[in-house]
Design a binder for this molecule. Structure first.
Ligand code: PHE
Length: 347
């Protein structure tokens, strides 16, 4: 009796069942189990091969051929299924770990110098080229150096110009300007000629506004020697301002008053914002004040150890924060010392 129809039907079912079960396989372990069950030595299709010899001789080729087809079909289905599962596993892993190795790495932001530091260094450089050295003097001063020796006696109304932070030690204050450094430099160098700049933080007990903070950097300029005139003052400061703000900058010297200089002046630059027409930043004047200056008062020269009949000199004091603000059009001075990285990293 022919076994062929029954055998073919059996192989059809082996194939069907194999493919159906493969579709349910979800992972690598399932794949291996499925492979053992459906393609392993004791799997139905392999059993057909090993029992082939028991079939009638003339039917063996047909049975063998059909069994081979089923085996190949199961094998290629297995390869495809494992491929699909591998891809699924990869995309699931990518999703879960959110790691995209093709993304560029995170750049580490290199540090940078504070805007004020950069402005100061430029000021040092420009004055350095004119022969000025940097001279340091203390942030904490005595009343005598901050006021008295600068020709501002105790009850002089000019003391109202600087609202002072006093310490708990009587007579010790936070310097309100860098001018006390003039006395310290003169006392160190007298009777030699001097050309120094004195940078440093100053402190004033003031209302904080967009233009004024309770602490700010000043740079004091000091030149002492024989035959120093107001022309030297004007030439030096004009040269500095042109290098700092550009050769075309318009400048003016306006008479002013300071107890430690005589005559005294303030230097203005044309307002960068409105070009001199008048705007809220320059209070409609068209000019912005950048520094105070003057010829050193004879009493101050004397306090510094120089004979005013023989020596003369000039001094100036400027707020370096103001310089940075003008150059970068910063409209709020408070930004300089609130340490907001979003502001600082723009420079
Ligand atoms: N010390 C003055 C101030 O703080 C500025 C100044 C310095 C003026 C030197 C004249 C000479 O306002």
């Amino acid at each position: 009796m022919s076994e062929l129809p029954a055998m073919n039907e059996q192989l059809d079912r082996v194939e069907e069942r194999g493919l159906a079960e493969l579709r349910e396989v979800k992972d690598e372990a399932g794949l291996q189990a499925w492979k053992a069950a459906h393609l392993g030595r004791s799997s139905p299709v392999m059993q057909v091969f090993s029992k082939l010899s028991q079939a009638p001789k003339e039917e063996r080729p047909a049975i063998g051929q059909r069994a081979n087809q089923v085996k190949l079909a199961l094998e290629s289905a297995f390869t495809m299924r494992s491929q699909i599962l591998k891809e699924e596993a990869l995309s699931q892993a990518l999703q879960a770990e959110r790691l995209d190795v093709t993304l560029p790495g995170r750049t580490l932001a290199p540090g940078r110098l504070h805007l004020e530091t950069r402005t100061l260094r430029e000021v040092y450089r420009l004055f350095g080229e004119m022969g000025f050295q940097v001279y340091r003097s203390p942030d904490v001063e005595t009343d005598e150096f901050n006021f008295g020796l600068l020709n501002i006696p105790e009850y002089h109304p000019a003391r109202d110009m600087w609202d002072t932070f006093h310490t708990t030690t009587p007579g010790v204050v936070l310097r309100t300007h860098t001018s006390p450094g003039q006395i310290r430099a003169m006392r160190e160098f007298a009777p030699d000629p001097i050309r120094v700049i004195l940078p440093g933080m100053c402190y004033r007990y003031e209302q904080v506004t967009v233009r004024a903070d309770i602490q700010f950097y000043q740079v004091e300029v000091l030149a002492v020697g024989r035959h120093i005139t107001f022309g030297d003052l004007k030439g030096t400061l004009t040269q500095f301002a042109r290098r700092m703000y550009g050769v075309d900058v318009r400048l003016r010297l306006r008479p002013s008053y300071f107890p430690f200089t005589e005559p005294s002046a303030e230097m203005d630059v044309e307002c960068f914002i409105c070009g001199g027409k008048g705007c809220p930043v320059c209070k409609q004047s068209g000019w912005l004040e950048i520094l105070g200056c003057g010829m050193i008062h004879p009493t101050v020269l004397q306090n510094g150890g120089y004979d005013p009949r023989e020596f003369s000199g000039f001094a100036a004091g400027m707020g370096s924060g103001r310089i940075g603000m003008l150059r970068h059009r910063i409209n709020d001075i408070r930004n300089l010392w609130t340490n907001d990285i979003r502001f600082l990293e723009q420079f």
